[in-house]
Structure formats: structure tokens, C-alpha cells
Design a protein around this ligand. Structure first.
Ligand code: HEC
Length: 173
């Protein structure tokens, strides 16, 4: 019973660390369910290809645009108006429920899935996937470190407990 609970706890904690450690996966899930109908990272569909979007706009602009693109267009934001016209007045639906973190994780995913086409060297390898990793930082990801620390200590305690139990049963033989 105890060991089962312990195992369950470890699996659960492992799940939490995964969520905290993987914004790209989060972003991918949101992108696939909410954006992929009109957007592809590397191809223009109903909406523009999103590759390089973080270089065209500030992250704040992207967050505002995803929350309500029409607010920017009617507010006279130059980039938004220009895009709206270029895409023949197709309105991108509002996504007010996405948090800043959600939208940042979408941008992380877009970066990770961006195919770089090197126009200068057409006969070299035509394209390559650019890996994108955000290094773990103690301050931003302290929860991850804390949880890993906790899991390691739990494992050590379990191991010690198992060894004790074994020597106990060996003695009682
Ligand atoms: C119904 C289609 C549709 C959906 C769904 C959609 N978009 Fe868009 N998106 C557009 C269109 C069309 C534009 C071009 C601007 C305009 O017409 O207002 C655009 C533009 C953008 C831009 C500006 C891109 C650039 O190159 O400057 C970003 C960023 C963006 N969308 C993000 C998203 C994200 C993130 C989602 C999902 C949460 C999403 N969009 C869902 C249609 C859509």
C-alpha cells in the first residue's frame, strides 16, 4: 500500500515537472487546436506563416494581437492595419482566454518548428530545423529544481527503507 502510494506520488510529481519544463509542447497543443486551421509555421494559409513572428513584432504586440486583433486594427496600429489589408480584410478571431504564458509558449513552439531556408546557398542543404531550447534557470524554474530535489530524496529514503526491510527479513530467517 505504502509503496504504491509512493510510486503514485513519484509519477504525479514527474507529471508536474514535465508541464513546467516543456513550454514548447504546451504551445504545440494550443497551436494545433486553436490556430492551425488558419496558420502554419512555415506556409501561408488563410493567415500568414508564423515563422519569424517574434522578429517582426514585440511579444507584447503579439499578445495583444492574439487577444483581439481587431482592437489593434480599429485602434490604428500600423502593423495590424497593414496585415489586415494584406490579408484582404479577413478577421482573425479573438482569443481573450489565452494567458500571456499560453501565447509565449505558442511563440516558443513556432520558433522550434521554424524551417530556415538559406537563400544564399541554394545548392547547400536546402533547409534545416533550428532547435530552440530555453536553458533551465534556477530563478525561473525553481519549482522544477525543488521537485527534482524532493524526488531524489524520496528515492533515497525508499531505497534505505528497502535495504532495511531486506536485512530485517534476512535476520529473522
Ligand atoms: C480564422 C482564421 C485564424 C485563426 C483561427 C487564427 N488566426 Fe492568426 N491571423 C489570421 C489572419 C487572416 C491574419 C492576418 C491579419 C488579419 O487579417 O487581421 C492573422 C495574423 C496573425 C498574426 C500576425 C502574423 C504576422 O506575420 O505578423 C499572429 C501573430 C497570429 N495571427 C497568431 C495567431 C494565433 C497564436 C492563433 C491561435 C491562438 C491564431 N492566430 C488563430 C487568421 C487566423
Amino acid at each position: 500500500m505504502r509503496t504504491k502510494l509512493l510510486l503514485l506520488g513519484i509519477v504525479w510529481l514527474g507529471g508536474i515537472t514535465k508541464i513546467y519544463a516543456d513550454p514548447i509542447e504546451d504551445g504545440k497543443t494550443i497551436f494545433m487546436t486553436r490556430c492551425a486551421a488558419c496558420h502554419n509555421v512555415n506556409k501561408q494559409l488563410t493567415g500568414p506563416a508564423l515563422a519569424g513572428v517574434d522578429q517582426r513584432h514585440s511579444i507584447d504586440w503579439i499578445i495583444n494581437f492574439v487577444h483581439s486583433s481587431q482592437k489593434l486594427v480599429t485602434g490604428g496600429d500600423k502593423a495590424a492595419v497593414e496585415l489586415f489589408q494584406r490579408f484582404n480584410g479577413v478577421t482573425m478571431p479573438d482569443h481573450p482566454d489565452l494567458t500571456e504564458e499560453n501565447i509565449k509558449s505558442i511563440v516558443d513552439y513556432v520558433k522550434s518548428a521554424t524551417v530556415i531556408v538559406d537563400n544564399k546557398a541554394p545548392f547547400a542543404k536546402p533547409s534545416k530545423l533550428q532547435p530552440y531550447y530555453r536553458p533551465l534557470s534556477i530563478w525561473q524554474d525553481y519549482l522544477v529544481f525543488l521537485v527534482y530535489f524532493f524526488v531524489v530524496i524520496l528515492l533515497i529514503v525508499t531505497l534505505l527503507f528497502a535495504v532495511r526491510l531486506k536485512s530485517f527479513s534476512a535476520n529473522s530467517d
